[in-house]
Design a protein around this ligand. Structure first.
Ligand code: TTP
Length: 190
């Protein structure tokens, strides 16, 4: 039997993979999330995704192991998760009234090989007042999310427009993922 492993501690990625009605297990490990500044955003998210899948795959030989990583890119700058209210404030002020890109990279390690891909979605924020930003930061939502917001939660109030797959923003481009799984020989129930 083929086993599918999600190498993630993110409750959102678990929920998104559950939407696909596949049987899977979860295992995560701490990986170093730093990357070389010379990497493009696309290469950076695929590299980090691969680090996550690679670490977990050591404990799950002969399985299909999925790792994923998400960053926000604005004006050529890569934004990860804010570590303080101050940093979240800086990020949200930058993103206000403008369009940024969300990149999610995925690595699937199968018994035979590794497959990497990424998806990019553009998100436009409304012009945000200081009060709005302050209220949002006080909600606590920015802190475990790239770019300091969650489109699927309270952060939905910040978003004017998106272009691309919504699920790329939430952290796992699921429709592309099933197509890639099928290509590499994972037996889907549909
Ligand atoms: C922009 C955006 C990001 N995010 C999340 C997706 C990712 O979980 C997180 C970026 O951090 P990641 O380092 O990609 O993932 P993670 O640490 O949460 O989980 P793991 O490494 O164990 O898989 O930001 C949202 O949930 N909504 C959004 O709108």
């Amino acid at each position: 039997m083929q086993r599918l492993i999600l190498a993630s501690s993110s409750p959102r990625r678990k929920e998104l993979l559950e939407n696909l009605r596949l049987n899977f297990e979860i295992s995560s490990s701490d990986v170093d999330e730093s990357f070389s500044e010379t990497l493009s955003p696309a290469d950076a998210v695929m590299e980090l995704a691969s680090r996550k899948s690679g670490t977990v795959a050591q404990n799950f030989p002969d399985c299909f192991v999925i790792g994923s990583d998400t960053v926000v890119v604005h004006d050529g700058m890569i934004l990860g998760k804010p570590e303080s209210g101050q940093e979240a404030l800086k990020m949200l002020k930058k993103l206000s009234g403008d369009t940024h890109s969300v990149y999610t990279g995925v690595s699937i390690i199968s018994p035979e090989k590794e497959t990497r891909f990424y998806e990019k979605t553009d998100v436009t924020f409304w012009e945000l007042s200081d009060e709005e930003i302050d209220t949002y930061i006080k909600s606590g939502e920015p802190f475990d999310k790239a770019g300091g917001y969650g489109i699927q939660g309270f952060g939905s109030m910040l978003v004017k427009e998106i272009s691309g797959d919504y699920y790329t923003v939430v952290g796992l481009p699921v429709s592309r993922l099933i197509r890639e799984l099928r290509k590499i020989g994972y037996n889907l129930p549909y």
